[in-house]
Design a protein around this ligand. Structure first.
Ligand SMILES: CC(C)(COP(=O)(O)OP(=O)(O)OC[C@H]1O[C@@H](n2cnc3c(N)ncnc32)[C@H](O)[C@@H]1OP(=O)(O)O)[C@@H](O)C(=O)NCCC(=O)NCCS
Length: 204
């Protein structure tokens, strides 16, 4: 248990250092995978395997990215979150991520996107001390894209002196955030939509 915690702290540090040294990650995903011992899992599709060999770049979102970001979010909602949430909830959340709404978010938050070969495949944002809108396209999930996006969010948070980063995690993403060092604090409900408020100390 103690060893596990130490490894998590070490990992979080590594992720932060990686981003501080290289805010715009240019490392091939395969290298990140090798370095952190996270080779694509069994059952990885040919498409995912090919994506893993390509370069993933994380950069700030631009207004002109809004349509692509919206598309990624809608796909992730329909193909990934739909396993944990009802069609009504998915449809409601989708509406809040239409391109116009994304443009507003880009202007009001610190928003990042991840690109593989010029294609936007993921997004994450920092809203004060809260990580929000963390989504990765279903065909490139479990390859380290979400982790790279969250590393950028964590670096941005630390640069602002934020000691504790929180996230209203979907039920779907709870294990992902736990893997990055977040701990569940409490449940929160938006109508019948359950999220899990999770927190991660950044002042390591
Ligand atoms: C959650 C999400 C962003 C994760 O992105 P991802 O690119 O697949 O995650 P990564 O590949 O970077 O995974 C990082 C670590 O978390 C683990 N992980 C990711 N998803 C996991 C899951 N569903 N269950 C268990 N572990 C998971 C990975 O195995 C990896 O662990 P490792 O470092 O030991 O190998 C993505 O699955 C997604 O878009 N989900 C739907 C949208 C959503 O719920 N977003 C959260 C909104 S709050």
């Amino acid at each position: 248990m103690l060893i596990g915690l130490k490894l998590l702290v070490q990992y979080t540090r590594d992720a932060l250092l990686h981003c501080i040294e290289s805010p715009v990650s240019n490392e091939p995903l395969a290298e990140i995978c090798d370095e952190r011992g996270m080779l694509p899992p069994k059952g990885t599709t040919a498409e995912q395997g090919a994506a893993a060999k390509m370069t993933c770049t994380v950069r700030p979102a631009r207004t002109s990215d809004a349509e692509d970001i919206s598309r990624v979010i809608v796909r992730a909602l329909r193909e990934t979150n739909s396993k944990d949430y009802s069609p009504e909830i998915i449809a409601r959340v989708e509406r809040s991520f239409e391109p116009g709404a994304i443009r507003t978010l880009i202007d009001s938050r610190t928003m990042f996107i991840a690109e593989i070969e010029g294609r936007i495949v993921g997004t994450a944002s920092l809203d004060k001390a809260v990580a929000r809108t963390v989504f990765v396209a279903p065909d490139v999930q479990r390859l380290g894209v979400g982790k790279s996006l969250m590393a950028a969010v964590m670096v941005a948070a630390r640069a602002r002196g934020i000691d504790v980063l929180s996230v209203p995690s979907s039920v779907t993403a709870e294990k992902f955030y736990a893997r990055l060092g977040f701990q569940a604090v409490r449940d929160a409900f938006h109508g019948d939509e359950r999220t899990i408020i999770m927190e991660c100390a950044l002042a390591v």
